[in-house]
Design a protein around this ligand. Structure first.
Ligand code: ATP
Ligand code: MG
Ligand code: FE
Length: 336
């Protein structure tokens, strides 16, 4: 059986085809970077309009690359939550339309759960039960996962998401958009011990994150307490050290809280997903921690960390259990 999945939750327009055996036949992602870059962040209204322009051609490419046509589909899956409501609506409307005209089931999938499921997809074998850690532009959350359908939130961020902090610090340092990869490149040139930035909740066992104080600390370290002018710092050791020290502070707390979650739940597997999991220094720190703890680590290849539609393959399970979504399915901006 073939499935088409659609992802439009934020600023990537994506479609994928996979089988009931979790074989990915195509995974097409159209970025919108060039439209958002002038604003150093995702502009919701621009994102929704870009999805409208890009979605049908992207679906077409996904089918063509997979070597199938609409008639071959057994079901259509869509990320209907969480995300920007205008963006989600485009994907949800398209998926409902396809399900209706093709007379096939509609499957509603949670985007954050899919970020964990990307690990299952990449591993090619079962990863459950495990601790899940999703670190993306909108989320920083630890989950106790018994299956793709059964996940309990262990804790999350009290303010910004880690990816959002990467994007804001990139803008502050004049590194452009998207911020994560730019900060990673700059950090490679700097000394991660140059600045001692705050690590929120590091001294206790609470499974919680906070990145807004860290963001402010980078701001003050960059411009001083009384800074009025906020021109980005010029290229050089100071800028590189700020990036490296910021990145180290984020990685330290992410790895520490993942370790605490593993110890508190007694789980022996860790599945990490979301755009920030594309960060090489983060991946290395996770590997080192998991090796020390005797825990099996699952991290997808980079292209399955950032937003894509193939990670919605958990939908196969919904299909098998006949957990179909109604044709009046709505986009849901918040998750819980
Ligand atoms: P969510 O999944 O919470 O709805 P999103 O879909 O925007 O948010 P993703 O596409 O999963 O998030 O991830 C994008 C985020 O990942 C951005 O904030 C980006 O800066 C960050 N990111 C991408 N690559 C890297 C990297 N190499 N290092 C650090 N952060 C990165
Ligand atoms: Mg994105
Ligand atoms: Fe995402």
């Amino acid at each position: 059986a073939f499935f088409l999945a659609i992802e439009t939750s934020c600023d990537e327009t994506a479609a994928a085809v996979f089988t009931d055996q979790y074989e990915v036949r195509s995974n097409v992602v159209a970025s919108q970077t060039r439209w958002h870059a002038p604003f150093t962040g995702v502009v919701p209204e621009i994102a929704a309009r870009a999805h409208l322009r890009q979605l049908l051609p992207v679906v077409d490419s996904a089918l063509t690359e997979a070597g199938i046509t609409l008639k071959d589909l057994s079901a259509v899956a869509v990320h209907h939550t969480p995300g920007l409501v205008g963006s989600l609506l485009v994907g949800v409307a398209a998926a409902k339309m396809l399900a209706a005209v093709l007379h096939i089931p509609l499957l509603a999938v949670n985007h954050v759960v899919s970020h964990v499921f990307a690990c299952r997809l990449a591993a090619g074998r079962d990863i459950f039960p495990c601790v899940g850690l999703v670190v993306s532009g909108g989320h920083t959350v630890l989950l106790h996962c018994n299956s793709a359908q059964e996940m309990k939130v262990l804790g999350g961020t009290r303010d910004d998401a880690a990816g959002e902090a990467f994007d804001k610090v990139a803008a502050l340092l004049g590194l452009g958009f998207p911020g994560g990869p730019a900060v990673e490149r700059e950090a490679a040139l700097g000394d991660p011990t140059a600045y001692d930035f705050p690590r929120a909740f590091a001294d206790d066992g609470r499974l919680a994150f906070s990145f807004s104080g860290l963001k402010t600390a980078v701001l003050y370290a960059c411009f001083g307490q009384n800074a009025r002018r906020m021109d980005p710092p010029p290229p050089g050791p100071k800028r590189a050290n700020l990036a490296a020290s910021f990145q180290k502070a984020v990685i330290d707390v992410l790895v520490l809280k993942a370790k605490q979650a593993l110890r508190q739940t007694g789980q022996r597997r860790l599945a990490v997903g979301g755009g920030v999991a594309a960060n090489q220094a983060f991946r290395q720190a996770l590997e080192a921690m998991c090796a020390r703890e005797g825990v099996e680590l699952f991290v997808p290849p980079r292209h399955l960390c950032t937003d894509n539609a193939a990670m919605a393959a958990g939908a196969v399970e919904l299909w098998k259990q006949k957990l179909f979504a109604p044709l009046d399915l709505d986009a849901q901006p918040t998750w819980l």
